[in-house]
Design a protein around this ligand. Structure first.
Ligand SMILES: Cc1cc2nc3c(=O)[nH]c(=O)nc-3n(C[C@H](O)[C@H](O)[C@H](O)COP(=O)(O)OP(=O)(O)OC[C@H]3O[C@@H](n4cnc5c(N)ncnc54)[C@H](O)[C@@H]3O)c2cc1C
Length: 334
């Protein structure tokens, strides 16, 4: 497969313009391109009187790819490797079911992985499923009644479930692609696979979460909502089980494998782990502030006379500063 980067396409340009630009970069006729997949789409708005899209694509060509690449003579054309996820080799011998605490993004992906290996994971989630959780959150906003186990932070989908589903990360790990592929396979818009600012949307987020849950359950996983991990049963340094409070009643579950996917806000659970002497590592963190601007102001600043262009949507920005004292600041998830 051949990778082509930085194809500049006018705003109104469609697939044919992208194909033509790819053929031009490869110095081959359009018909020699057997397949073309967009891998990134971004907006270049540096010149306010000439705003265009910039695409990266992957192409399959008729003929020897190496010679097409060298004939192109362009630094923007190279041989690429398609991302392929390899499920780690299963070495588990135990017949006990693994337990995962938390059904946010980390717990969902862990549960999918284990369920696909036939390990029938048990997932403990202190909050409610997405529909009941919606009611819990509405109850807080309307009646000021807080459910301490099911709210904006806790419940199916995790802490970002009430966001608008922007998929923002500062890390450049190959596995990010795997996460995006899973989200798309479970109902997120296809654009997340190539958009420079991938975004699921509040309306679709709940559906994606439910679809992931359905697959886990169909493969033999069990998700227990309203079920809080309260203790880890450790004997001679080995985990023998966990204690939970489920619908007000306390009980133990036997297991020898536990994944903690409890997010940032479960202070009681972190305290329990600390009190049990479980080794934990501190992680640096950033402190966030929310800034609100009128959309028209940002659109005008970024797009100039192109503001409100129907093909551009709302503009955004990304800023960072690195002062000498070493504590930087950056915008995140606009
Ligand atoms: C308001 C808000 C908006 C956000 N918006 C975005 C965004 O737009 N884009 C973005 O990329 N990131 C966003 N984030 C950050 C993102 O939500 C987190 O990075 C992500 O949710 C972390 O995933 P996680 O699975 O590690 O933890 P979490 O999502 O926090 O999930 C942990 C889960 O564990 C459960 N749990 C905790 N303790 C226990 C226990 N003892 N027993 C059982 N269950 C337990 C909790 O109920 C929770 O559901 C947002 C965060 C917030 C709070």
């Amino acid at each position: 497969m051949i990778k082509i980067t930085q194809l500049k396409i006018p705003l109104e340009g469609g697939y044919d313009e992208i194909l033509s630009a790819a053929a031009k970069a490869l110095k081959c006729p359009k018909r020699a391109i057997i397949s073309l997949e967009i891998t990134r789409k971004a907006i270049d708005s540096r010149k306010k009187n000439n705003i265009f899209f910039v695409y990266n694509v992957e192409a399959e060509v008729d003929g020897d790819e190496n010679s097409v690449v060298s004939k192109s003579g362009s630094s923007k054309v190279s041989i690429g490797e398609r991302f392929e996820y390899k499920q780690p080799e299963l070495r588990r011998k135990s017949t006990l079911r693994p337990v995962i605490a938390g059904f946010g993004p980390a717990g969902m992906l862990a549960a999918l992985t284990l369920a696909r290996e036939g390990l029938n994971p048990i997932i403990l989630e202190r909050g409610n499923d997405v529909d009941k959780r919606n009611q819990d959150v509405r109850n807080l906003w309307q009646n000021r009644e807080l459910n301490t186990d099911s709210n904006i932070q806790f419940g199916e989908g995790g802490a970002g479930a009430f966001s608008d589903g922007k998929l923002t990360t500062g890390i450049k790990d190959k596995l990010c692609r795997k996460v995006f592929l899973e989200l798309e396979a479970h109902g997120a818009p296809n654009e997340i696979l190539y958009s420079a600012k991938p975004h699921i949307g509040t309306d679709k987020l709940g559906k994606v979460v439910k679809n992931i849950r359905k697959e886990i359950v169909s493969l033999g996983g069990e998700i227990r909502f309203g079920c809080r991990l309260t203790n880890i049963i450790v004997v001679n340094g080995v985990i023998h089980g966990v204690s939970v409070i489920e619908q007000g009643a306390s009980r133990d579950i036997e297991t020898d494998a536990l994944i903690l996917a409890i997010g940032h806000s479960a202070r009681d659970t972190v305290e329990m782990l600390f009190n049990k002497g479980i080794r934990m590592m501190q992680k640096p963190f950033s402190v966030g502030a929310r800034i609100e601007h009128p959309r028209e102001m940002i659109d005008a600043a970024q797009y100039g006379s192109f503001a409100n262009h129907p093909l551009l949507g709302a503009a955004d920005y990304k800023l960072a500063c690195h002062p000498e004292h070493g504590r930087g600041a950056y915008t995140f998830c606009m």
